[in-house]
Write a protein that binds this ligand. Structure first.
Ligand code: C2E
Ligand code: CA
Ligand code: CA
Length: 736
């Protein structure tokens, strides 16, 4: 392109200049000739005119007067006769002969000379001129001739017989070769020869000088032209090259070749600002990519990039990859760090975690942060190679992550739950593989966190089942399929029916009755326990009101409250609302809370429990004896009752230790003014043992299983009737 632009600028000028020079060179000789001839002709014409005037004057004023005198006669040979007077022609010829200059000569010739000049012959020029002038007497006949190495402009003009006197004289003169002249005839030729050698020489010199000037001008024009062309084309080439580099993605350039032409300069400036804008655009694009594909906090790949990477690996036809393992790590109880140390510290923790994971991960693994506290690794292996040893890697990860971490002047020890899944290329999509790892992670969390679980087909099956179950549960909530069954509670001392515990059952649309242990854990995980619990509380309060009307005065109801419900729902508000709505006496309602619910944030728990007590409801601590009960904090909780778990009761007969603990609990109850109720009483032996240990409130299959509303009412009425009749109550007789 540069070449062509350069040549396009220089070539036309070169051509025009060369043509100009050539034209000058070629035309100068002709011009010169034309000029020389013209100059000679002008001179000759004047000369002829002068000669002609002199002859006319001579004919009219000299010759006629002299000839009248008989003493003289007009003759062509007057020189040899004393009385001879020259003829006008002779006079002219002789006069011209006298005045011959070196450069200009004149002559008078005719093919019809007077006798004395008969020997005079016309030369070739004169003959050509005679022929031409005979044809056209008015013309000037001119030739530039070269004779004997000398150049001369020869000019001939007709010499006419204009006056009658001349005609008569020529016809009558004895020496005249013809006697038939008429007026207007061409008598001869007047000729002027001008030697032009000097003129031509001078002209040649001028033309050579002109040529030299032309060549010089040509060279100068070419020089200027080439310089200008270079000054234009070089920056343009530089701009073009820079543009090409830009298109290849190289943005760090400037145009170093500047021109002094305003237009090119402006173009270079425009290009430079464009290239600056372009590099800004590139930088922006980079930032956008960074934002789109990388996590700002840790600098690791984000979810999008991670999935894209795994996709690329698993896609058929890409790298010779054998397969991929995905490892998902989730920090256990990360929200606690957020809550207690604040977001800044939590961010620092994530940063340090990212460092640790990256350190342990193999060099060719992609490390990503998928979500708040979820990290992931993608490990590939080549076709034909063995799968990586995940177990070793996961152990290393867990060990390193568990090392103490100093953040915000606190020392933390973190654990992670890990789920992993591996697949060979071509059998699964990235999305599905990530889901498998996620399912495994879910299982690790379910199993109590701080562990690694590898995905298996069974896991996926269980996962699908869970998904299906959650869907069914949610539908069940909408259709109010969760109903309370009631298990009566008794006072051993008086034999009185105290109340009943509401135990949830799932009455599915197909008539199936599902026990709570089969769905409550999932309901808690999916938080569906919140609406379910509210529904049960509502139903239990309504039922308890109906009992009062059905003759079961002072028979209360105990409702289980899940720890999830306790943490999430505004339990106080809900209870107040339901009590108001149903009109149930608050003292007839007891809420059973588990230890896990009360363990979270003791201060908040105490506040909630106090508010509940303020409503007038009773509170029981459920499953007592199974957990990690700390007796010291028991006295802080404003509860009315402890419920000894049925597992404890079951083992009681065979364990003297448990019997001792039971006595301790009873003693504690007395001290703290707590009532103690044992659940899961199945036989008389257990009952007796409890009675002897001082535990005077019981519930269990020994008396009754959890019953639907109507059956409970029937049971309770029959029991009340017998109790009022003071019949011995031994439970065994009662309906089970
Ligand atoms: P829980 O609160 O410890 O309830 C007592 C469980 O022991 C009930 O099981 C009851 O049927 C069972 N049981 C009572 N007496 C005996 C006995 O003599 N022998 C045996 N083997 N078992 C006895 P259920 O009804 O299957 O409930 C299981 C658990 O489900 C409950 O344990 C409670 O934690 C939970 N639950 C039940 N209903 C609700 C509810 O409405 N809300 C919440 N959050 N949890 C509930
Ligand atoms: Ca309970
Ligand atoms: Ca229990």
């Amino acid at each position: 392109m540069s070449r062509s632009l350069y040549w396009k600028i220089t070539a036309p000028v070169a051509m025009i200049a060369a043509m100009g020079t050539l034209l000058i060179a070629l035309s100068t000789p002709y011009l010169l000739e034309w000029y020389v001839t013209r100059t000679a002709v002008d001179g000759a014409e004047q000369l002829i005119e002068t000669v002609r005037s002199i002859r006319n004057y001579y004919s009219a004023n000299v010759m006629e007067k002299v000839a009248c005198d008989d003493q003289f006669h007009v003759t062509a040979v007057h020189g040899q006769q004393c009385e001879g007077i020259p003829l006008p022609a002779t006079f002219v010829m002789e006069m011209m002969g006298y005045s011959q200059r070196h450069t200009v000569t004149t002559n008078l010739v005719s093919p019809y000379p007077f006798a004395n000049r008969a020997q005079r012959q016309m030369d070739a020029f004169q003959q050509r001129a005679w022929q031409a002038i005979l044809q056209e007497p008015a013309q000037l006949y001119v030739e530039l001739v070269k004779e004997e190495g000398q150049s001369a402009v020869r000019l001939a003009q007709a010499d006419l017989l204009n006056a009658q006197a001349c005609v008569d004289c020529h016809n009558t003169h004895p020496d005249s070769p013809r006697t038939d002249w008429r007026r207007g005839d061409v008598r001869g030729l007047m000729e002027v020869n001008t030697r032009v050698d000097t003129l031509l020489e001078r002209g040649l010199w001028v033309s050579r000088t002109l040529m030299a000037i032309a060549v010089l001008a040509f060279a100068l024009i070419m020089l200027v032209n080439m310089r200008a062309a270079r000054r234009v084309s070089r920056p343009l080439v530089s701009i073009t090259e820079s543009l090409r580099q830009l298109s290849l993605g190289n943005t760090a350039l400037t145009v170093d070749d500047r021109s002094s032409y305003l237009e090119v300069e402006a173009l270079a400036d425009a290009f430079e600002s464009f290239s600056e804008k372009e590099s800004q655009r590139k930088e922006l694009a980079k930032q956008v990519t960074r934002l789109a594909y990388f996590d700002c906090l840790t600098g690791l790949a984000n979810w999008t990039r991670f999935q894209q990477y795994v996709d690329e690996l698993l896609l058929p036809g890409s790298e010779p990859v054998g397969g991929v393992c995905i490892v998902q790590l989730d920090v256990d109880h990360f929200s606690d760090i957020n809550d207690t140390l604040g977001y800044d510290a939590a961010d620092q923790v994530l940063g340090k975690l990212a460092e640790r994971i990256t350190e342990v991960a193999p060099a060719d693994a992609l490390v990503a942060r998928l979500g708040e506290d979820t990290f992931a690794l993608a490990l590939k292996w080549l076709a034909g190679e063995a799968q990586p040893d995940l177990e070793l890697l996961l152990t290393q990860l867990r060990v390193y992550i568990a090392e103490p971490l100093n953040v915000a002047e606190r020392q933390l020890q973190l654990t992670v739950s890990i789920g992993s899944a591996c697949a060979c290329k071509g059998v699964i999509t990235a999305e599905a593989l990530m889901l498998q790892a996620n399912v495994a992670l879910g299982r690790a969390k379910l199993e109590g966190r701080d562990r690694a679980v590898m995905h298996s087909p069974q896991l996926s099956a269980a996962f699908s089942q869970r998904v299906e179950m959650v869907r069914a549960l949610s539908l069940g909530v909408q259709q109010q399929e969760f109903v309370p069954f009631y298990q009566p509670q008794f006072d051993l001392h008086t034999g009185q029916l105290l109340g009943a515990e509401a135990l949830m059952r799932w009455q599915r649309s197909d008539g199936q009755l599902v026990a709570p242990d089969q769905f409550i854990p999932l309901a808690e995980q999916s938080r569906l326990i919140v609406p379910m619990g509210a529904q049960i509380l509502q139903r239990a309060c309504e039922d308890c009101c109906r009992w009062q009307l059905l003759g079961l005065e002072q028979v209360g109801v105990a409702v289980n409250v899940s720890s999830v419900q306790f943490a999430e729902d505004d339990l106080v508000q809900l209870t107040r609302h339901i009590l108001r709505q149903t009109g149930l006496a608050p003292a007839l309602l007891e809420l059973e809370l588990t230890e896990s619910a009360t363990l979270a944030d003791l201060d908040a728990v105490v506040v909630t429990l106090t508010q509940l007590r303020a409503l007038g409801v009773e509170l029981a601590l459920d499953d007592f004896g199974t957990g990690y009960s700390s007796l010291s904090y028991l006295k802080l909780l404003p509860v009315n009752r402890l419920k000894i778990d049925r597992a404890f009761v079951r083992d009681l007969l065979n364990s003297p230790d448990d019997q001792a603990i039971l006595r301790l609990i009873v003693g504690l109850g007395e001290t703290l003014e707590l009532r103690i109720l044992a659940e899961g009483v199945e036989d008389e032996a257990q009952l007796n043992l409890l009675r002897h240990s001082g535990c005077l409130e019981v519930q269990g299959f020994y008396y009754a299983r959890p019953l639907p509303f109507a059956e409970f009412v029937a049971f309770a009425n029959s029991y009340q009737a017998r109790w009022l009749a003071k019949q011995p109550v031994d439970g065994v007789d009662l309906p089970g």
